[in-house]
Design a binder for this molecule. Structure first.
Ligand code: LMR
Length: 393
């Protein structure tokens, strides 16, 4: 079997690490994979995570198995991060721990494949490169709906709404909860309501990918889309991640939350998720979830974590504005649209050839779709990056 295998394809995001490592330039800048770097370009372990790890080393008395749902405290506290405690949506939500946000998406795909009445998923165009791959391998038919206009840097709301009119019962529609990846362009509250109403009319199920909670405006503000959807729709699935907001990337700490029409239906949905997990990886590894549960369960650590999150968010926002300032008025493209967008990513909207020139001539690495990780900009490299973008635009 192995002898006949074709050469394996290179992942459009993870595969960039090799190209970056091979670049010999001392001025090279990695704006590829979505990872937060501090002002020195370092990917640090958050102090609250270190504190939680110390507490776990001292306090943990057993490594016995948990259930397929993972760490129960983590699940409870994640549910509270997604939905305001005491709200109707919170009462109708049930959460299981998953192997990162990617694992949550894959469990969701298998769950829908097993119990759903359709296997068609609407994905925004553009979207995270792994979305079509995950749902494709899980046997879904993929329909792309217009979302973002790369040329103007704005949402394609009208086109999106007419594409969503084709949704029917049994379909799934994937929505980015905040900090849309790769564009950084998010719907306003009014637009969320319009989207929610369109999905409600169709009878389709929304699957919300929420990998960047806290990176746009704040924890409360960033869950607004989720709250609007939950208010207007009986059912919803949410794939969330602690990779970014707790900087736990390699610990693969994610969650899958089902919101049912009532708490009983949510309990049943959760029960049916467990065999999907059991036949896949049995249960998720505990460490990352135990860290998050510890931080969220300790008032002081939680407050400190919220400050750490705000510091990451604010640094990204400052770098975004600095890049826009440096690019203003000195090249052929107006980049001011970047200032109104959110989170780690921005689409430069330059050609594939310009992306190649950025890499080969300027040693600035962005993904092939011209997505730049704004969180990789620092006061030291931002001028070089702006110069490079101006030169190739
Ligand atoms: C990204 O889009 O860069 C991140 O979500 C990391 C990944 O797994 O692709």
């Amino acid at each position: 079997m192995f002898a006949q295998l074709p050469e394996a394809p290179i992942d459009p995001i993870l595969g960039m690490a090799q190209a970056f490592a091979r670049d010999p330039s001392p001025d090279k800048v990695d704006l590829g994979i979505g990872i937060y770097k501090d002002e020195h370009g370092e990917v640090i372990v958050l102090p609250t995570v270190k504190a939680a790890e110390r507490a776990l080393v001292e306090g943990q008395s057993t490594k016995r198995y948990l259930s397929s749902a993972g760490n129960p405290e983590y699940n409870e506290r994640t549910r509270g991060l997604l939905f305001r405690e005491g709200s109707d949506a919170h009462a109708r939500a049930r959460t299981i721990q998953t192997v990162g946000g990617t694992g949550a998406l894959r469990v969701a795909a298998d769950f829908i494949g097993k119990f759903g009445t359709g296997k068609r998923i609407f994905l925004p165009d553009p979207t995270w490169a792994n979305h079509p791959a995950i749902f494709g391998v899980a046997g879904f038919e993929i329909v792309n709906y217009p979302y973002y206009d790369i040329a103007t840097g704005t949402l394609k709301l009208d086109e999106m709404m007419s594409a969503l009119a084709d949704l029917r019962a049994g379909d799934t529609v994937l929505l980015h909860g905040c900090c849309h990846n790769p564009s950084g362009a998010d719907p306003s509250a009014a637009q969320w309501a319009e989207i929610a109403d369109a999905v409600a009319r169709s009878g389709a199920t929304p699957l919300v990918d929420l990998a960047y909670l806290g990176f746009a405006e704040g924890l409360e503000e960033d869950r607004q889309g989720l709250a609007i959807l939950a208010e207007r729709l009986p059912e919803m699935i949410v794939a969330s991640s602690c990779s970014k907001n707790f900087a736990l990337y390699r610990e693969r700490t994610g969650a899958l939350t089902v919101v049912g029409a009532n708490p009983g239906q949510a309990d049943t949905a959760l029960g049916n998720l467990l065999p999907v997990v059991r036949t896949n990886y049995s249960m998720p590894p505990d460490h990352g979830a135990a860290i998050v549960a510890h931080i969220l369960g300790d008032a002081t650590l939680r407050a400190t974590w919220e400050q750490e999150l705000a510091a990451m968010r604010n640094r990204i926002r400052d770098m975004r504005h600095e890049l826009v300032r440096l690019l203003s008025g000195n090249n052929r493209r107006d980049y001011s649209f970047l200032a109104g967008q959110h989170g780690m990513f921005a689409m430069l909207g330059i050609s594939g050839d310009a992306v190649r020139r950025l890499r080969e001539e300027w040693h600035v690495h962005v993904t092939g779709s011209s997505r730049a990780n704004i969180a990789g900009l620092t006061p030291r490299n931002v001028e070089h990056v702006a110069q490079a973008i101006a030169a190739v635009s």
